[in-house]
Write a protein that binds this ligand. Structure first.
Ligand code: PLP
Length: 411
């Protein structure tokens, strides 16, 4: 392979700019009213992100008419695609029957029932508006239940913008008493418990670190956490906001370890805003006013009828166990083939992940150059190399992407 340095970033950016005058102008307008021109920091990349005009099937089309196959899948929230028919029809019907209620309704019961039936550790569930909120609620519940303050989290873990440890703890983090240790480090984990056996309220862990680069828990690591939590009276929280898509019953089913609490989000409302936390009914009962529950969970839009309706449509009409298995098998094939190509061409690139979640790793600026090379050929992945397959990505599209990568790698 010729050196990726044979084309400079300046040249790459110039080529990108020249094809996107309308996105450039929109970026200028956006910067006047939103710092950095965006309101979701991860969407920024240099020299400016393209602005989407329409999305159909597997494609995004930007305001300049450039078309991209969307391999990013909205960072896992877009599992069903950009505008899945079943969800669109169900939500359209809900729009006709009133959508700003401020009261309980029956759709949320069905959504909760479907989730508890699907994920093995979920006896009961409550809804939020995002994965971040779900994690904040789960942590608050664990602290309340145990009467303890300390929370064990893992380096490179990501549980939301205010619960971010990737790679360093974010200055935006909520001020919990976090102890952050390396992921998959058995010794550091048992040391953390040994030094403060009665102090750890909760361990929060992604069964596969998503934002941290699609790194799965090492064999036995989750079981070890389960055991340590049991021995020390701590609550084990699985953040399955991303990983619940990896098997019909989530990563907890795939990896055969059940947490006390699970948090969910992303794709489960078919692409609409969503979050949930749930698990052991005896823990969740803290929210039951009839049992004298001490906790109250606010949230104007927690049971909003559009998201609740979308959850029901997603789980009853789209995400059958077979569909989940197929998309994850496709992801395994993609990752294995990428690594074959990288190896055969002596690239210092590596793909990691599980099922439909993949991260491509490389040094900088090689990764930036790769990202732009793919964009230039009409493939959209995350700037950091993240890929989350949607149901719209067929085997043929995977083959076409692999062929683009092969050509790029063998230059
Ligand atoms: C594992 C994990 N937890 C929580 C979150 C936060 O979810 P949200 O962006 O819906 O707040 C994310 C978002 O990427 C995530 O990947």
């Amino acid at each position: 392979m010729s050196s990726p340095q044979d084309i400079t970033l300046d040249e790459v950016y110039e080529r990108y700019r020249s094809k996107r005058p309308k996105s450039a102008a929109a970026d200028g307008e956006a910067r006047k009213v939103m710092p950095g021109g965006n309101t979701r920091s991860v969407l920024h990349f240099e020299p400016f992100p393209f602005r989407v005009a329409t999305a159909e099937g597997p494609h995004l089309v930007d305001v300049d008419g450039n078309q991209y196959v969307d391999l990013l899948g909205n960072y896992t929230a877009g599992l069903l695609g950009h505008s899945p028919t079943a969800v669109r029809q169900a939500v359209s019907a809900a729009l006709e029957t009133g959508f700003s209620l401020g009261a309980t309704h029956t759709v949320e019961i069905e959504a909760a029932r479907l989730l508890t039936e699907r994920f093995p550790s979920l006896e009961q569930v409550r809804f939020t508006n995002s994965g971040t909120e779900a994690n904040l609620m789960a942590l608050a519940l664990a602290k309340h239940h145990t009467g303890r303050e300390r929370i064990l989290a893992f380096r490179n873990g990501y549980h939301g913008g205010v619960l971010a440890f990737a790679p360093e703890s974010s200055p935006m983090n909520v001020p919990h008493d976090f102890v952050v240790i390396p992921f998959n480090d058995f010794e550091a984990t048992s040391d953390a418990f040994a030094t403060a056996p009665d102090e750890i309220a909760a361990v929060i862990v992604e069964p596969v670190q998503g934002g941290g680069g699609c790194i799965p828990a090492a064999p036995g690591f989750l079981a070890e956490l389960r055991q340590l939590c049991d021995q020390n009276g701590s609550i084990l929280i699985f953040d399955e906001v991303m990983t619940s898509r990896l098997a019909p019953g989530g990563a907890q089913e795939l990896m055969s370890v059940l947490p006390d609490l699970t948090t969910l989000g992303k794709y489960l409302a078919g692409g609409l805003t969503f979050g949930a936390f749930g698990g052991r009914a005896d823990l969740l009962s803290a929210f039951d006013p009839q049992l004298g529950g001490a906790l109250s969970q606010a949230g104007t839009f927690n049971n909003n009828i559009l998201s609740m309706t979308a959850v029901v449509a997603t789980l009853t009409q789209v995400l059958t166990p077979e569909v989940i298995r197929t998309v994850n098998e496709r992801g395994d094939r993609l990752r294995e083939s990428l690594n074959e190509i990288f190896e055969a061409n002596d690239c210092q690139f590596q793909a990691t992940g599980v099922g439909s979640m993949t991260a491509i790793h490389a040094e900088e600026p090689a990764l930036e150059l790769f990202f732009h090379a793919m964009l230039d050929k009409g493939w959209y992945i995350a700037r950091r190399g993240f890929i989350a397959l949607s149901l719209e990505i067929s085997d043929d599209l995977i083959d076409a992407f692999l062929s683009t990568v092969r050509t790029w790698a063998s230059r």
